[in-house]
Design a protein around this ligand. Structure first.
Ligand code: HMG
Ligand code: MG
Length: 306
């Protein structure tokens, strides 16, 4: 594999901080502050943002204000907002709030799935009967996530064939794209290559995205493997916010600033203004009341940014 000879000209970034980041915060963030973060992300040029999740407030109280967030945050022309939904009730709430895109999610690990949504993988796929087809029939778009593809905190390594089966099922059922999650950030580059070799033998690259976590500092290395294999869709969270409440040890999505810095440095377009993104990172830090791991926030590094 010739890594540096075969990079794409541009990539699409799907920003998850308002959902995947804030769902993980111990303290409740005020609704208007969430909306401020979303507006700052829009100003940076991000065109796809997952703004909240319509899940059970008993399970994830941090997202209990999803209806208000979705009503208050207005997507300008050309910007698409999305929200995570686990079932038909979630879809109804998203539709009532005027969202045209939702994302369904399941884990390739049975144990992680049970802990996350209280259902087996098959029961979860069954629950999607009331999400994917109805959403598409109503003119909406549905994205899919397969989590724990690189490894599970409970089951360890997950067979690639299991993740592949689920990704294909979600696409066949009507998802326009499936995001493969390294939910706990255990992935390494050669493993990423093995996973993508199997996926790309059966799924076109444009229908896949990578959702990488930087728990062990390997997210950008895995990203480079994905880029060189034709993947052009990546999920990230400003500041590196997030993790998963049901995945112990999951600290931090790939930081959008680090991703954009790296891509721009290699001449790959994102449509994002790094200075404005840095400002959004400042908003995120103020919201959560602490320094976030995104490296562009380190003094001096930003001055080299493109
Ligand atoms: P349950 O308790 O098994 O199901 O939860 P239930 O149907 O019995 O519902 C329990 C209560 O929740 C009921 O209320 C329902 O009405 C209500 P009660 O009668 O007790 O008053 N309820 C809802 N309320 C609002 N909106 C809804 C909804 N659905 C039910 N949509 C359930 C099952 C799936 C609902 C629950 O387990 C749940 O919400 N889980 C979500 C957990 C979650 O959000 N986890 C984080 C996702 S992050 C992730 O998975 C990884 C990802 O980020 C990628 C990566 O990082 O790798 C995507
Ligand atoms: Mg994540």
């Amino acid at each position: 594999m010739k890594i540096l000879d075969e990079l794409p000209e541009s990539v699409s970034i799907y920003e998850v901080s308002p959902r995947d980041g804030l769902q993980n915060e111990a303290a409740q963030v005020a609704t208007h502050a969430k909306v401020r973060l979303i507006e700052a992300l829009v100003r940076s040029g991000l065109k796809r943002i997952e703004i909240t999740s319509f899940v059970s407030p008993k399970w994830v109280p941090q997202m209990a204000d999803a209806d208000q967030v979705a009503q208050m945050a207005q997507a300008p022309e050309g910007v698409r907002f999305s929200a995570l939904v686990p079932n038909g009730r979630g879809l109804e709430r998203a539709q009532q709030a005027g969202l045209g895109e939702v994302a369904v999610f399941l884990s390739a690990s049975q144990t992680h799935n049970l802990k996350n949504v209280n259902k087996t993988i098959e029961q979860t796929l069954h629950a999607f009967d009331r999400v994917i087809e109805p959403a598409v029939a109503a003119g909406g778009r549905v994205r899919g996530y397969v989590s724990t593809v690189w490894g599970c905190p409970y089951e360890g390594e997950i067979p690639i064939a299991d993740s592949l089966r689920l990704a294909k099922t979600l696409l066949e059922r009507g998802c326009y794209q499936v995001s493969l999650g390294d939910t706990i950030g255990v992935g390494t580059p050669l493993q990423t290559r093995r996973i993508l070799d199997a996926m790309l033998a059966e799924i076109p690259a444009e229908r896949l995205a990578l959702h990488l976590h930087d728990t062990r500092g390997t997210a950008l290395a895995n990203l480079l493997v994905g880029l060189s294999m034709g993947i052009t869709n990546f999920d990230s969270a400003v500041g590196g916010l997030g993790g998963c409440p049901y995945a112990p040890g999951a600290a931090g999505n790939l930081a959008t600033e680090d991703l954009v810095y790296c891509l721009h440095g290699m001449g790959i377009e994102t449509g994002i203004d790094l200075e404005q993104l840095w400002q959004a990172g400042q908003v995120a830090e103020a919201l959560v009341g602490r320094k976030l791991p995104g490296k562009v926030h380190v003094a001096g590094v930003r001055s080299l940014a493109h």
